[in-house]
Design a protein. Structure first.
Length: 214
């Protein structure tokens, strides 16, 4: 317990840093994932191609490499922002590809006849997607989206290697101060467990309320 009690502020700062990264990157991932999923099922071939390329590139790029590209590459083109913002961009864009595929799989579970019926009533593609398809698709994608955001919370640990304040990075300071590395990691693991269990609890509530009955 000494590692935790004597370094409470250090752990707290790292914990809050990870929470902030997770929240902001999750919001970005959900927004981009929704946009890309909509593009991937759009009736315009060019838009579908953009969505396909986005998903293919990000899903097949190692996250660490994406961090290097964003945090070290963008400043070379004159875009200078705090490293935490760059970390949110890297995490959010990377995760958006998986959110997109989860949403697209949910959209594909909605019978095509419902979309056709909506269009026969004069609804546009956007109205059909927003009023008919997505409300039904949302119910089936709650578990995979929750799992993806849990993975995002754990992936945020990579940001510590790029001078971003987060939970895993606290071990460096603790190691320099001479504390047991094993107990340092134990309390770090507890912090991540709290975050992931909180996300899981939120999505369990959503699933019980709106999820598809199995």
């Amino acid at each position: 317990m000494d590692v935790l009690t004597e370094n409470w502020s250090l752990y707290g700062k790292g914990f809050l840093g990870t929470v902030e990264l997770t929240v902001y990157a999750s919001i970005l991932a959900l927004v981009l994932g929704f946009v890309m999923a909509s593009i991937r099922v759009a009736p315009v071939a060019a838009l579908r191609a953009i969505g396909t390329v986005w998903v293919a590139v990000l899903r097949n790029t190692p996250l660490t490499l994406l961090f290097f590209a964003v945090l070290l590459g963008l400043p070379r083109f004159g875009l200078v922002l705090p490293f935490q913002v760059f970390a949110v961009l890297a995490l959010g864009c990377y995760t958006s590809a998986f959110i997109c595929e989860a949403l697209r799989s949910g959209i594909n579970t909605v019978p095509t006849g419902q979309g056709e019926a909506a269009r026969s009533l004069g609804m546009s593609f956007g109205q059909t997607l927003g009023n008919v398809v997505l409300p039904q698709a949302f119910r089936s994608v709650i578990p995979p989206v929750g799992s993806t955001l849990i993975a995002l919370a754990k992936n945020s640990a990579i940001a510590g290697a790029f001078s971003v304040t987060e939970l895993l990075g606290t071990y460096k300071t603790l190691n320099e101060l001479g504390y047991s590395i094993i107990w340092s990691f134990v309390w770090i693991a507890v912090g991540y467990l709290i975050i992931t269990l909180a996300i899981s609890a939120v999505f369990n509530v959503l699933e019980k309320r709106w999820g598809v009955a199995r």
